[in-house]
Write a protein that binds this ligand. Structure first.
Ligand code: GLU
Length: 444
């Protein structure tokens, strides 16, 4: 059986780390199995879906390297949902209801007061043709509920192991709203059938939908796919991330300078037994992915880990990969520059500051003019790879300064800052003329 999975976002907001993790795990699973990844845009809610959000989803997935093999919009498939609902109606599994929200609320309160579970009482099933005609004459429009069998629905969850839902304890779900809108539950199943989806991989917040959806697959005479419900993300503090997800959009992370491979390595490996290290590529991540490595405890999303992986990705980035981006920033100072400074980058954009330290202008910070003068007097003629060690030995002899008292003043003079790249690497890049000027206190 060849694997086919889907990522099914609603284009009603920006992608955030939570739904990107779902996209990623689907993609990794598909690629690891030599299968296909489908992008399905769940835009049945035409009022809330926008083309901008849809475009944003495509941009974010492409940027992360999560290329899709097939792509669909639910809004173009209403005829398929009509057809499926007609079949369910004919089979007596989809029935019209006329209660208003207020009526349902009142009934729920009465049930709760009597100590009964607040599930829909199926009163609408008792309506006669004449009752329905009378309600419609009043101007009421039906919403449609799926009649659950009320049984134990079980599945072997790739992530959770054996899972069971008792559909007798659930209200018959509304599949079609009174304004005719298909809610998510039915279109998702119809698409999974039509698109031959073999595995539905999503967050564990969907476990409750799965019982009803399995019954719908069965009612439509289809093979039930496999399921995996992943533990949800929690923050570094162990609290659910759901409320904060809005501020963790991928678009924003891209603007903040995160590398796609850092994001995918982080989201693909948290909550698994793999070490939290940056992967060589998202394909390599796919080859090592397995649900068996995923624990049942929530996955901890910690920005400190992401920052570490981001730095790791930059430290490992070959010059050839960096070059076009250096060019775009106008700071391609050659391979020696890149290999010299990459170990100091937290985000790629930091390279501009490194280039400024090399090319200037740097305002030197001179705390002791006599020390600067002495250092200038012994500055080697050739500023080569050994220059830093030769020079600092000579300055030490000339001034008697050693350790921090030797190195810090030189760093402050040459870079204008107390922290920064390795001096031995950067000094040949700065070059003798600029070093001499800075030692004289000139901005260079
Ligand atoms: N559009 C649904 C969501 O974003 C899809 C859920 C599913 O994967 O079945 O929650």
């Amino acid at each position: 059986m060849s694997v086919k999975v889907r990522f099914a976002p609603s284009p009603t907001g920006k992608l955030h780390v939570g739904n990107v993790r779902t996209a990623l795990v689907n993609w990794l699973f598909a690629k690891g199995q030599g299968g296909k990844f489908v992008l399905r845009i769940d835009d049945t809610d035409l009022a809330r879906s926008t083309p901008e959000f849809e475009q944003g989803i495509e941009d974010d997935l492409s940027w992360l390297g999560l290329v899709w093999d097939e792509r669909y919009n639910q809004s173009k498939r209403f005829d398929r949902y009509e057809e499926a609902s007609a079949r369910l109606k004919a089979a007596g599994r989809l029935y019209p209801c006329y209660e208003t929200g207020d009526e349902l609320d009142r009934r729920r309160k009465v049930q709760l007061a009597r100590g009964l579970p607040p599930i829909y009482d199926r009163a609408a099933l008792e309506l006669t043709e004449a009752d329905r005609a009378a309600l419609e004459a009043e101007g009421r429009k039906p919403h449609w509920r799926f009649k659950l069998e009320g049984k134990r629905v079980a599945w072997e969850d790739l992530s959770r192991g054996h899972a069971e839902v008792d559909t007798a304890s659930m209200s018959d779900p509304v599949l079609i709203r009174e304004d005719g809108l298909f809610l998510y539950t039915l279109p998702s199943v119809v698409d999974d059938i039509d698109m031959a989806i073999t595995h539905v991989i999503r967050g564990e917040d969907h476990v409750t939908n799965t019982g009803a959806q399995i019954e719908i697959f069965e009612a439509l005479g289809a093979t039930v796919p496999g399921f995996a419900h992943m533990p949800l993300l929690v923050g570094a503090d162990g609290q659910a991330l759901s409320k904060r997800l809005g501020s963790l959009s991928i678009a924003e992370m891209r603007d903040q300078g995160y590398e796609p491979i850092a994001i995918t390595s982080h989201l693909g490996r948290i909550g698994t037994s793999d070490p939290l290290e940056v992967a060589e590529s998202v394909e390599a991540l796919g080859n090592s992915f397995a649900f068996s490595k995923m624990g049942r405890s929530p996955a901890r999303y910690d920005t400190a880990d992401l920052d570490r992986l981001n730095a790791q990705a930059l430290h490992a980035m070959p010059y050839d990969t960096a070059k076009p981006r250096l060019d775009a920033l106008g700071v391609d100072l050659g391979e020696a520059f890149w290999t010299g400074v990459q170990g100091n980058l937290q985000t790629f954009g930091d390279v501009a500051e490194m280039a400024r330290i090399v090319q200037g202008p740097v305002v030197p910070v001179i705390e002791d003019a006599a020390f600067a003068g002495a250092a200038l007097a012994v500055l080697p003629q050739a500023i080569d790879a050994d220059a830093w060690s030769v020079w600092t030995t000579a300055v030490k002899e000339a001034t008697g300064a050693k350790g921090k008292a030797l190195f810090m003043p030189l760093r402050l003079i040459l870079t204008g800052q107390a922290h920064g790249p390795d001096m031995a690497t950067i000094v040949p890049l700065i070059g003798r003329d600029r070093i001499a000027s800075r030692l004289k206190g000139e901005t260079a």
